[in-house]
Each structure stands twice: as structure tokens, then as C-alpha cells.
Design a protein around this ligand. Structure first.
Ligand code: KG4
Ligand code: ZN
Length: 335
């Protein structure tokens, strides 16, 4: 079985061909670097670039995997949440191809897709998962791949957004999470005392806007180095993410802890979770760095998960984009 997966929810165009085990025969991501000059993603530019890049990217991935469009058995694309103009490019292309070739089409939830990057790992349930990216900070309770429940989310900014805003303040490029992570390696994490809003580990909710303001005030006073501020900021955010997720993992007697999304590339976050999970005898799953950011392999694996629980799983051609996800139960199939 060959599955073609497409992801265009924000500023990365991504395509992958997967087999029935979720192994990628080929995958490519084309990142839109132009947004760094604007200090954030410009939706209209993002959708135009997806339009010009996606067809060539699909041809290239098909060639790399040694197959052709006519040999694809299942088509999957991200339907949301994300930027409408960006989503429309990948979703419309994929629906049209599936319709023309009379093959099933699956519209995929981007958040479920991030978690499904771990689909072909030995995850044992119950599990607790942290999804932390530029747009989301969420903790989930997973009883299986299909039974995934939201425990809490952020009340304001996402963790990645907090990294990006702190980076911008210090004159670093957008997105700035990686730059802060690198600077933090050379700084003293105890140099600056920063607040931990909604700091109780028992509360599975986050708030990063107060922290952002505190960081700005410290920076504007001018007597802290970028390295020390980065290290103190990184430590504060990681403590919040790790302590809240691990508390839920303990409370729910999780066998596995999963992390996913762009912020799961953070080196302190990875080492802290690793240490905490070892201490408690829980298995820990973190994506390869290339799969922390938006990619199509996760979309393909989410589609496989839906098909494995229902071999006839399929979205209607009326499956539309959606900008935000609200709900309690997260499913791979968007509709
Ligand atoms: O998942 P992703 O590629 O896109 C969204 O769906 O949002 O996540 C991008 C986010 C950005 O905010 C970026 O600054 C952050 O992930 N990020 C990091 C690191 N690498 C990327 N944040 C902290 N530390 C990193 N090493
Ligand atoms: Zn994402």
C-alpha cells in the first residue's frame, strides 16, 4: 500500500510517500524562509508560495520513492487547524488528485498528526502527551491512538510563540526558538528570576503572556546578557512544560510520555523529560529533530491510524479547512 501525504497548514510545504507500516519511502519539506524578514508568517505570502512550490515537491517525492501518482492507493492532507489560505492549497490539490484517480481521501487534523509522528513507535497506553509548537501548548491523555483527550491548553500565548517573541525582543531572527536554545547553552539559568504564571503543576493549563512582559522589562533595564536571559527564560518555560506534563502522567498512571511540535526540539526540554521519565520508569518518546517541525510523515501516520481502526475510513470531498480546533476528544480524521 502506498499513501501520499501533504501538509501545508502554515509556512512549510511538506510531502511524503509512506507504506502501510508508516515508513516513509521519501519525504521533503520546503520551508518558507521569507517570513523571517517580516518577523512572523504573512498568510497571503505563505499561500502563494505553497501554490508555486507544492506541485514540484509532489513530483520530486514521487520520483524519489520510485512511484507515480497512478500507483498511490490513499491520499491524505491536513485540513486544519492552520491558516485558511495555506491549508486550501494542500487540501484542494490532494482532494482533486484522489477524486481524479478514484482513490480514498483523508482530511487530517494537524494536532493529531503531530502526536502521530510516534505512531509506529512502541508507545504503551495510557500515555500523556505534550504538544508544544508555535501555535499550540496542550496536554493530552491518550488511552489509545483513537482515544485522545485534551487535559488543558494555554490561556494566551503558545510556548513557541513565547520563544519567538523573546527572540524578537533580543533582535534574533524569526522563528527564534532554536536561537534562544543555542544562546541558553552559554548562559546562567539562575541569572534572572522570572515569574512562572499558572505555576501549579497540578493545573494542566498554561499562560505565557505575563512571562513575556517580565522578560521585556528585564531586557529593557539593559543589564543582562542575551545568554543569561535566554538561559533563564528557557529554564522557566521548560520547568512549566515538564512539571505539568509529568504531574498528569503520574496522576493518570501513564506508561508512556510523548512530546511533539516545534518546541519539542528544545534541548533542555528533551533532556529534562528524559530524566524525569527515567526516574518514574515511564517510556519517553521524542521525535527526531526533523519531525518536531511541520512535516508530512506525521500526516501520513495519522491517516494510517484512522485506516487501521476503520479500514473504510475516508473523508467526504466536502471536507473543508478549519482555522482552529475546539473540543475535548482529538481524532486523526478531521471529518
Ligand atoms: O510545530 P512547528 O514547526 O509549527 C507550528 O505548528 O507552530 O513549531 C514552530 C515553533 C516556533 O515557535 C519555533 O520557535 C519553535 O517551534 N522551536 C523551538 C525550537 N525549535 C523550534 N522552540 C524552542 N526550542 C527549540 N530548539
Ligand atoms: Zn505544527
Amino acid at each position: 500500500m502506498k499513501l501520499l501525504a501533504v501538509e501545508t497548514s502554515c509556512d512549510d510545504s511538506a510531502v511524503a510517500v509512506l507504506d502501510e507500516h508508516g515508513t516513509a519511502a521519501a519525504e521533503l519539506v520546503s520551508s518558507q524562509l521569507i517570513h523571517s524578514t517580516h518577523g512572523g508568517v504573512v498568510p497571503e505570502i505563505a499561500s502563494r508560495l505553497h501554490m508555486s512550490v507544492l506541485p514540484g515537491l509532489i513530483t520530486e517525492v514521487l520520483e524519489m520513492s520510485g512511484t507515480s501518482l497512478h500507483n498511490i492507493d490513499v491520499f491524505a492532507a491536513t485540513a486544519g487547524p492552520g491558516l485558511t489560505g495555506s491549508l486550501l492549497v494542500g487540501l484542494s490539490w490532494t482532494k482533486a488528485a484522489a477524486f481524479a484517480l478514484k482513490k480514498p481521501f483523508l482530511g487530517i487534523n494537524h494536532l493529531a498528526a503531530h502526536l502521530h509522528i510516534h505512531y509506529n513507535s512502541a508507545v504503551e497506553f495510557p500515555a500523556v502527551a505534550l504538544l508544544a509548537s508555535g501555535g499550540h501548548t496542550m496536554i493530552f491523555h491518550m488511552l489509545s491512538w483513537e482515544e485522545c483527550f485534551l487535559l488543558g491548553t494555554t490561556r494566551d500565548d503558545a510556548a513557541g510563540e513565547a520563544f519567538d517573541k523573546t527572540a524578537k525582543l533580543m533582535g534574533l531572527e524569526y522563528p527564534g526558538g532554536k536561537a534562544i536554545d543555542l544562546l541558553a547553552e552559554k548562559g546562567d539559568p539562575d541569572a534572572v528570576a522570572l515569574p512562572s504564571p499558572l505555576g501549579s503543576k497540578k493545573l494542566p493549563e498554561f499562560s505565557f503572556s505575563g512571562l513575556k512582559t517580565a522578560v521585556r522589562l528585564v531586557w529593557e533595564q539593559g543589564n543582562v546578557s542575551p545568554e543569561d536571559l535566554s538561559a533563564s527564560f528557557r529554564k522557566t518555560v521548560c520547568n512549566l512544560l515538564v512539571s505539568k506534563t509529568m504531574y498528569q502522567a503520574g496522576r493518570l498512571e501513564a506508561k508512556s510520555v510523548l512530546i511533539a511540535g516545534g518546541v519539542s526540539a528544545n534541548s533542555l526540554l528533551r533532556s529534562s523529560f528524559n530524566r524525569e521519565c527515567k526516574k518514574r520508569g515511564m517510556s519517553f518518546f521524542m521525535p527526531e529533530i526533523k519531525h518536531t517541525m511541520d512535516n508530512a510523515v506525521m500526516v501520513g501516520r495519522a491517516a494510517l491510524s484512522a485506516l487501521n481502526s476503520d479500514p473504510l475510513a475516508c473523508s467526504d470531498y466536502s471536507c473543508n479547512t478549519f482555522p482552529r480546533w475546539h473540543g475535548k476528544r482529538l481524532s486523526p480524521l478531521s471529518q
